[in-house]
Design a binder for this molecule. Structure first.
Ligand code: 2M8
Length: 432
């Protein structure tokens, strides 16, 4: 796209410069915060998305970003949702004090949250290696990160899969990264709420109407406190929130494919990773909902399927093996998502649903990371015209809205934080 006009009267070179400036501004010296005000620490899947874009402008820094996250890995293999900056303890809640991870034998060397986030890290590691193979080799990057990434995936296998449907389950909506997605509503509804006051520093940086509600936070805290009080162990099917998310698992399979590439490059056995990727992809097919044309979720605790159309259900497109590519692309182009030209980007939730909210967090807005996943999936399956259209729109909305966290999918009107890191990073990737 270099030198071309992005459609907002700004050249691709200028967009690239602005995106780099966002990442520069949010860089701490060893990682990039998602946004300076609202999210002052290192977030797990944000960092991996950031690495996927940062590699085009500074591969060494991208490698450092990922290694910083992996340094915080717990002894049991989990990669924490948040690695806290002790200097900014009060600026985000729940913070390091809430989790007190330093009191747990299984935790890592840094203060971090006990939850996890979607496993896009091995994919990011492979991409950053491919961008600068010489630098990566000189640093021994793949050899250094491979054992940690393997241990992370083994944690998912050991701790999060169930015999009936061996896909990874999340134990809290925060783990899905799509916090208040309607996918979790039915499981959340019967859960209690805490009665104490909940600190909400997030509301100093974002309008309350664009953040999860106080009611949602009541249950988030109830569930997080319970998990923390059980030493960050869910203890099996009795855990009241155990949801299999199609996006989380698609990223796990995509990352297993990347681990196979990494293993082969290191002269190790790639076959177990290929097998695991194929198994996850196979099991994912059981989540396909024919009447919606997308993948749904599975509630392990309630033993029920969640048949709702969300952007999470399009994510399996990133896999090469998908058996329902035509149906998923038709759903993407249909009324629930792009609706022809009605939507400029794919919304996070079914646009035909009565409770679709185009400005409310994960209940309608279009997110850059999710649309980027859709673009990757479309490209993988040769649907380049639609992929290019979405990519161009993403770049236009990003630059028009100062790299917003998310946008109204109809108009591109910006919402949430501005100068948001993964928006800037993924735009850099699209420009490259
Ligand atoms: C949002 O989630 C955090 C909790 O992790 C929050 O709402 O405070 C989500 O959009 C999540 O996907 C993202 O990783 C995080 C930081 O950008 O913010």
């Amino acid at each position: 796209m270099s030198g071309e006009n992005t459609g907002k009267g700004v050249s691709a070179a200028v967009v690239g410069e602005r995106a780099r400036a966002v990442l520069e501004n949010n860089w701490t010296g060893s990682y990039t915060t998602p946004a300076t005000g609202l999210y002052p620490h290192q977030w797990s899947w944000d960092s991996a998305f950031i690495v996927m874009g940062l590699r085009h402008v500074d591969a060494a820094r991208a490698r450092l970003e990922l290694r910083t996250l992996l340094d915080a890995q717990w002894r049991d293999g989990r990669l924490p949702q948040i690695v806290y900056d002790p200097e900014r303890a009060e600026e985000y809640q729940p913070g390091a004090q809430f989790w007190s991870s330093e009191t747990l034998a299984s935790s890592g060397p840094h203060r971090s949250a006990g939850l996890v986030q979607p496993p896009n890290h091995a994919w990011a590691a492979w991409l950053v290696h491919c961008s600068d193979p010489d630098g990566s080799r000189r640093e021994g990057f793949l050899a250094a990160v491979y054992p940690a990434l393997q241990a992370w995936h083994e944690f998912l296998l050991r701790d999060r899969t169930d015999t009936d449907l061996p896909l990874a389950a999340v134990v809290h909506p925060w783990e899905s990264g799509t916090d208040n997605s309607p996918l979790w509503d039915a499981a959340m509804a019967p859960l209690p709420k805490v009665h104490h006051a909940i600190p909400r520093p997030d509301l100093q940086h974002a309008d309350a109407s664009e953040r999860p509600s106080q009611k949602e936070y009541g249950t988030y805290y109830w569930l997080a406190e319970r998990y923390r009080d059980q030493q960050c162990e869910h203890g099996g099917r009795d855990w009241p929130f155990l949801l299999v998310d199609p996006c989380f698992n698609a990223l796990w399979a995509r990352s297993e494919e990347a681990l196979a590439e990494i293993a082969a490059t290191l002269g190790r056995d790639a076959a177990p990773h290929r097998r695991r990727a194929a198994e996850i992809a196979d099991h994912l097919e059981r989540l396909f909902v024919p009447e919606l044309g997308v993948y749904g979720a599975w509630d392990v605790h309630a033993q029920t399927s969640v048949r709702i159309a969300t952007i999470n259900g399009l994510a399996p497109l990133v896999l090469g093996s998908g058996r329902h590519v035509d149906e998923v692309v038709a759903a993407l182009e249909g009324m629930r998502f792009l609706g022809g030209e009605r939507m400029s980007l794919a919304p996070s939730y079914d646009a035909t649903a009565p409770d679709f909210r185009p400005e409310q967090y994960w209940r309608g807005p279009a997110w850059f990371n999710m649309n980027w996943l859709v673009v990757q999936g479309l490209r993988r399956h040769g649907r380049t015209v639609l992929a290019d259209r979405l990519a161009e729109t993403m770049v236009g909305h990003a630059v028009g809205g100062e790299f917003p966290e998310y946008v109204d999918p109809r108009t591109g009107e910006p919402h949430g934080s501005r100068r948001f890191s993964w928006t800037a990073a993924l735009v850099l990737d699209l420009l490259a």
